[in-house]
Structures are given as structure tokens and as C-alpha cells.
Write a protein that binds this ligand. Structure first.
Ligand code: AMP
Ligand code: GLY
Length: 419
């Protein structure tokens, strides 16, 4: 069987590598992928994620059994709808089902309608009205661009001035273009954040291990929000009863709600949650796997990933199994300056072997040779599975100490909330 993964980051590297590990899979193509993936035997296809008809032609010409779609913007652009119209299977939600991620206002509406716990909110497209609401509510308060903004469209404002400024940047100054033409203004929630992922077909879902991302750029959750600087799974400080409650009050009702709305969900559902004093509440839904969470969740899958996805696509019961021992932890290495401007072309250390996996995100071969150079904000990630968070941290940080990482940086406290 030949498969296609759409996307180019560390998430897609982890998905493609796990699919290729399946005995029945002979070849995995990644479009467009990144050069680091070649070191793991993956085949790159030079087609961008928005070129649906070229991707469809490629899939037909190469006998692709099905495609796995990584990125949110591809899903929001209706890539799954287009594949299906062309008679091809793709794992991911349709454009209408993916609206859970690409419109925060839509997601809030679904949560309100189906009684799913989340922050109180109001949506505005008029700046003056937004300002009045902010002044009524007071700070802290959270301002979110309605549409996709690469994880950067959220401002947690500590003061009213910051909140008004954020609303002004989105509604008047067009900082996020169309994505910020409407803003969702939300109550600030306090508590520990965690992520729940499920493989879904309709109202059937299969939970993955709990995970925790680290979104801020620097140690101690300081600095700007990023796509994610490291993660670990499972999260030992989350009790099974919190997980069960999250599934019963959040995952189950949202999927049932989407069915009732005529938008049956197929793919990975990502619930970004916060454990408040009143129990787990939703921060956001995403319509795809997380990055970097995929890179620490998939190594724990012990069943045949390609078979599992094929079964879900066909509406069969998949036989999904996970390792229950230890913790899988990963640290992202990023270009100095990320998430703002950064330089490319830094020489990368050798790919690790043995019990540390290297997943590449922004990597490119030098023009005259096989040396890998940095080519993005997030560059690569080291992942390991060990008996404890502490043991995993020691192994990864020992390795990073040995690597030449000039021009690059990483957080030194990934997983420390679990200690
Ligand atoms: P999002 O892009 O929606 O995941 O938001 C980015 C980050 O902003 C989250 O990971 C939280 O740390 C923070 N955040 C978002 N919404 C809230 C909220 N209602 N209360 C507190 N923090 C929030
Ligand atoms: N890890 C955050 C995200 O994938 O959105």
C-alpha cells in the first residue's frame, strides 16, 4: 500500500514515519515535506498543500490508497472535500466539520448549544462595541481573532488597555487580515492546560494519551506564544477522573453535536483544555493533530497505525493499542528569534539514532552536499521515552548539550510542571 501525507512539519514527519513502519505500507509520500524526512526513507513530493488538483492527480497516478492531512489551513480550504469529490479517501474533517477550528465563533456557538463547558464570551466585528464590552468585563480578559492565525491570534490581556489595543489591532488595523475581522472576547480562565486527542469517525472516537504542550517561547512560560516548544505524554498529574469527565462533558457531546448539525466529524479531534476550579473547560478545538504533540503521542502507539486509519476510514472498529509504561517527552529546537524574524541556513547536528528520535520541521539539504541546514522557525525536535519525566528530560538535555546548536535555541524546562 502507498500513502500520501500532506504537510511539511515535525507533525507530518511523525505521522509519515509511523505509517511507513506498518508492514503493509511500501511507500509514504509527503507533500511538500522537508528534506529531513528523507533520512527516514520518506519520499518528498514537490506540491504545495493548497494545490488540491495537483495533489489529486499525483494520488491517482501513484495508486495512493488514502491521504492523511496534517495542517489546519489545508482542512479549512476543503482539501478533504476535494479528495472525496475525486473519489479518493482522505483522513481529516471536511471544510464544514473543520469549522470547529477555523472559526472560534462557530466553535463557541456549538459549545453554547450543546452545553459544553468553556469560557463565557461575546463576538464583535465593531471596535467601539468591543471596547464597551471590555470596559464592562474588566481585566484579565482574552481577545481572539475569529479565524486561523497560526496560533498567534490570541492575546491574554492583563490590563484593559492591552485588551483594547489588541481589539483595535484586529478590528481596525487589520493585523490578522480577514482572520481578525471578527473577534471573540473571552473570560480569562485560570488553571493547568492540557490536550486531549481522539481519532474520530462520526460519534465513534478513540482517545489517545493525554499530552501537555509548552506554547511560550522561553523557560517558565515566558515570552511570546509559539506553535509549541515541547511536549510530553501522558501527563501524570492529570487524574483518570479528570480525563473521564473531559471525555463525557466535552469530547462526546461535541461529536454528537456535530453529527446533529449535519457536519459529521472524521479525522483527529484536538481539544485544548484547562483544568479550572470548576472542572475541565475548553480553550479551543482544533481539527487536526497538534504539533509538537503528535511527535510525543505517536511513538507510544503499539498497533499498526496504517491499519488503524484504514479501518476508521472504512467505518470499522480499529484495534488501537498504546504502551502504558513511562513517559514520552520531546524538546523543540528553534531558530534564534522565532516566533519573530529568524535566520535560516544554520548547520544542523547529525540525526540521532537509538533511543532518541529526531523529527525535522524546518530542514533543507545544502545545495552542494548532504549537510542539513535550518530552514524554518521550528527546526527539529528530539523525542525519547523513559521511565519518568525526569529520566526523559535528562536523556534529551544531555543529548542537546552535546549537539552544536549555535544560532538555535530551546527551552530547558519541558515537562517540569509534572515534577
Ligand atoms: P489558543 O490559540 O486558543 O490555544 O490560545 C493560545 C493560548 O492562550 C492558550 O494556550 C492559553 O494559554 C491562552 N488562552 C486562550 N484562551 C484563554 C482563556 N479563556 N483563559 C486563559 N488563557 C487562555
Ligand atoms: N501544539 C499546538 C497546536 O498544534 O496548535
Amino acid at each position: 500500500m502507498k500513502l500520501l501525507v500532506v504537510g511539511s512539519g515535525g507533525r507530518e514527519h511523525a505521522i509519515a514515519k509511523k505509517l511507513l513502519a506498518s508492514p503493509q505500507v511500501e511507500q509514504v509520500f509527503v507533500a511538500p515535506g522537508n528534506d529531513g524526512m528523507i533520512l527516514d526513507g520518506l519520499d518528498l513530493v514537490d506540491i504545495g498543500i493548497s494545490e488540491h488538483s495537483k495533489l489529486i492527480d499525483f494520488a491517482k497516478a501513484n495508486d495512493i490508497a488514502w491521504a492523511f492531512i496534517g495542517p489546519d489551513d489545508a482542512l479549512a480550504a476543503g482539501i478533504v472535500d476535494d479528495f472525496n469529490k475525486a473519489g479518493l479517501k482522505a483522513f481529516g474533517p471536511t471544510r464544514l466539520a473543520a469549522e470547529l477550528e477555523w472559526s472560534k465563533d462557530f466553535a463557541k456557538g456549538i459549545m453554547a448549544k450543546y452545553g459544553i463547558p468553556t469560557a463565557a464570551y461575546a463576538t464583535f466585528s465593531n471596535f467601539e462595541k468591543a471596547k464597551v464590552y471590555i470596559e464592562e468585563q474588566g481585566a484579565p480578559i482574552v481577545i481572539k481573532a475569529d479565524g486561523l492565525a497560526l496560533g498567534k491570534g490570541v492575546v491574554v490581556a492583563e490590563t484593559m488597555e492591552q485588551a483594547v489595543e489588541a481589539a483595535q489591532e484586529m478590528l481596525l488595523d487589520n493585523k490578522f487580515g480577514d482572520s481578525g475581522a471578527r473577534v471573540v472576547i473571552e473570560e480569562f480562565l485560570d488553571g493547568e492546560e492540557f490536550s486531549l486527542f481522539a481519532f474520530v469517525n462520526g460519534d465513534k472516537f478513540y482517545m489517545m494519551p493525554t499530552a501537555q504542550d509548552h506554547k511560550r517561547a522561553y523557560d517558565g512560560d515566558k515570552g511570546p506564544n509559539t506553535g509549541g516548544m515541547g511536549a510530553y505524554a501522558p501527563v501524570p498529574q492529570l487524574s483518570q477522573s479528570v480525563v473521564d469527565k473531559s471525555v463525557d462533558t466535552i469530547v462526546k457531546p461535541v461529536l454528537e453535536g456535530m453529527l446533529k448539525e449535519g457536519r459529521p466529524y472524521l479525522g483527529v479531534l484536538y481539544a485544548g483544555l484547562i483544568l479550572t476550579a470548576d472542572g475541565p473547560k475548553v480553550i479551543e478545538f482544533n481539527s487536526r493533530f497538534g504539533d509538537p504533540e503528535t511527535q510525543i503521542i505517536l511513538p507510544r502507539l503499539t498497533s499498526d497505525f496504517a491499519q488503524n486509519i484504514a479501518d476508521i476510514l472504512e467505518g470499522k472498529e480499529p484495534d488501537i493499542t498504546w504502551t502504558d509504561g513511562g513517559v514520552t517527552l520531546g524538546v523543540v529546537v528553534a531558530s534564534n528569534g522565532y516566533p519573530l524574524a529568524y535566520e535560516k541556513g544554520v548547520l544542523l547536528p547529525e540525526k540521532t539514532e537509538g533511543d532518541i528520535i529526531t523529527y525535522y520541521a524546518g530542514a533543507k539539504f545544502a545545495e552542494n552536499g548532504k549537510a542539513l541546514l535550518s530552514n524554518g522557525g521550528r527546526v527539529y525536535m528530539l523525542v525519547t521515552t523513559a521511565d519518568s519525566v525526569q529520566a526523559a528530560q535528562e536523556r534529551i538535555y544531555d543529548q542537546l548539550d552535546k549537539q552544536a546548536t549555535a544560532g538555535l535555541f530551546y527551552r530547558t524546562d519541558i515537562g517540569s510542571k509534572a515534577l
